[in-house]
Design a protein around this ligand. Sequence first.
Ligand SMILES: NC(=O)c1ccc[n+]([C@@H]2O[C@H](COP(=O)([O-])OP(=O)(O)OC[C@H]3O[C@@H](n4cnc5c(N)ncnc54)[C@H](O)[C@@H]3O)[C@@H](O)[C@H]2O)c1
Length: 329
Amino acid sequence: MKPFPASVETLKGKHILVTGGAGFIGSNLVEALLSLEACVTVLDNLSTGFEKNIEEFAGNANFSFVKGDIRDAETCSEVLKGIDAISHQAALGSVPRSIEFPLTTHDVNATGFLTILQAAKEAGIQRFVYASSSSVYGDSLASPKAEGMEGNALSPYAVSKQLNEQYAGVYYRLHHMQTIGLRYFNVFGPRQNPDGVYAAAIPKFLDKMKHGGEIVVNGDGNQTRDFTFVQNAVLANLLSLSSTNEQAYGRVYNVACGRSLTLNDVIGSLEDGLKASGISPVHSLVYGPKRVGDIQDSLADITSIHQALGYDPLFTFEEGIGLYLAFNG
Ligand SMILES: NC(=O)c1ccc[n+]([C@@H]2O[C@H](COP(=O)([O-])OP(=O)(O)OC[C@H]3O[C@@H](n4cnc5c(N)ncnc54)[C@H](O)[C@@H]3O)[C@@H](O)[C@H]2O)c1
């Protein structure tokens, strides 16, 4: 792993709440915060996260885990005692899940968000970093996509993330909370769940390549994404939690690599990576219909986060895939 920039070392000794810390991105963030000697409390209801993602931190005196729900105001205010800053990662991900279950998605992603945001305000916590998503760009055809170029939402999930940004903006303007929203673009890496119908493409594909089964690509595989290794998303959180740039607050930023790859490119990279480590992929590959709510191309402009927070991706796609394959054995 590459070192984080020295500026994030100010997080040492700070007590950070990571909601959704038993999930994929959250647990990688927890690991980084503990390596910086921050104290970390995780609030997670384990609905899509796993205890196994955080069990390695259990022996660390700086770490604590509260099994609870962000929709419960009492739990939120209890867990916020003594907290200096929040990184809010808890949500129900997946566009298809939100189309199938719009009410639950809204309940967790929008009502849950407002519940923890209000609890933070009542507890006097200023710094509130939160996970938004590239899905807020909706049907915008702009490429690359810069903040301010949002289109119409294409899913209940995207609406829930747009609402997060709206509420955070309001709490910044009304209560001077130091909110920073991070619009992740297709994050991948260790501890990402490969199982279930709502799994993301990279962990699902890798699992099928290693253990057999059919990879179904929605569409012709030429759709493009800005695939982002998880340590880049972690870095964006660390910079947001530690930033002293007042101009950065109340805003939202793209978190990505600024590079476009097709799904077919990704499949090729995973196959090559496996072969290079002596594993022969055993999957079959079929192309199915395009998925409802999916956009054809998604590429981020990362100028804004570079200027406001000093973010530059720590890892390229290839470096990330290499580390991910090594993690998976
Ligand atoms: N992975 C990506 O590519 C990506 C892209 C854009 C945005 N995001 C956002 O990043 C955040 C983290 O995503 P992830 O990929 O790590 O997902 P994840 O499902 O692995 O993690 C989410 C965590 O939140 C927890 N959670 C869900 N509902 C909760 C509730 N009501 N109370 C407490 N905890 C709850 C889950 O148990 C899980 O541990 C989410 O907000 C997601 O919408 C992710």
